[in-house]
Write a new protein. Structure first.
Length: 308
């Protein structure tokens, strides 16, 4: 089976550093590597709303010398009209890489099992690994090259794909990750266990903190995300009440390190999970973060193709 990137801990600590180094190189020299020259085709499938993911993959694939082939997931009827396995067998003979943004993690794992080519997770309900490579690249740019030992506070709904990915990717980088979330909205125990196992090797750590002030205390990086993830819109009113104390405001940021930066994977809802004065203020690096999706994903694709 071809090497794929389906969850953050698919990369070892050394491989994560390699991908980040490659992302930095490709950002400095966008047309310096052409592993998709031909052009070779990359099939991209989006089952969920997308702006940054679709645009950054399309631009990045072109810069790598390839052709981004957009497959309409609804027309293909993946898992309905045809099984995931059959779709994988078809696309694996048409494309050199498959990029899929979908719902169930099991579906993308099945795609990888049957495609014969690298599969990249462009977001599932469980993980958002390409976003984390972009986030780590952004932190390296603003905090220096060594991520190990930095403290990250993820504040808000920790029981989401970004919460899971921060635990795994942060531990892989040797960072100390604190999930600041209400009771019932932290990642599962299995995610903390996986992060602890990685952290035993890298020196990283992961924990849950219910008090948002305690969560961000001394943090080098403060991260948040929408309180209402895709597919949970019917819970919006209840979630706004539960998460109100976790809004990233100027007051909350006063408890972080003086030079702390603020991140958000977007789309952002000002006045809800984050104050406008924070996301549009001098500590915010969200636009660098959004741009870095392109460079990070180029590095992921190049790395996977390099692995054969």
């Amino acid at each position: 089976m071809a090497r794929s990137f389906l969850r953050d801990d698919d990369l070892t600590p050394a491989e994560q550093r390699r991908v980040l180094d490659l992302a930095a190189q490709l950002k400095a020299d966008p047309f310096g590597a052409k592993p998709l020259a031909g052009p070779r085709t990359v099939a991209t499938i989006y089952d969920k709303p997308t702006l940054r993911t679709q645009s950054s993959f399309a631009a990045g694939i072109a810069e790598l010398g390839g052709h981004p082939m957009l497959v309409d997931g609804k027309l293909a009827g993946i898992g309905v009209r045809e099984s995931v396995a059959d779709v994988a067998r078809v696309l694996g003979r048409q494309a050199s890489v498959i990029v899929w943004r979908t719902f169930e993690q099991a579906k993308i794992e099945e795609m990888a099992a049957f495609s014969g080519v690298p599969v990249v997770n462009a977001l599932t309900d469980d993980f958002h690994p390409c976003q984390l490579i972009a986030d780590l690249l952004t932190i390296r740019e603003h905090k220096g090259g060594d991520l190990a030992g930095l403290r990250v506070a993820f504040v808000g709904d920790g029981a989401c794909n970004m919460g899971n990915s921060w635990l795994l990717a942060g531990a892989t980088a040797g960072m100390h990750v604190v999930i600041g979330a209400p009771e019932g909205y932290a990642p599962g125990e299995d995610m903390f266990a996986a992060a602890a196992k990685i952290g035993a090797e890298t020196g990283g750590s992961a924990r849950w903190e219910q008090d948002p002030v305690a969560a961000v205390a001394g943090a080098d990086v403060v991260v948040t995300d929408t309180w209402v993830s895709m597919g949970r819109e019917e819970e919006a009113a209840a979630r706004l009440a539960v998460f109100a104390p976790y809004q990233v405001t100027e007051e909350l940021m006063a408890h972080a390190a003086d030079d702390a930066i603020v991140m958000h994977c977007l789309p952002a809802y000002r006045g809800k999970e984050i104050a406008a004065s924070v996301i549009d203020g001098p500590r915010s690096v969200v636009w660098d973060e959004a741009e870095n999706r392109r460079h990070a994903q180029k590095a992921v694709i190049a790395f996977l193709l390099e692995q054969g």
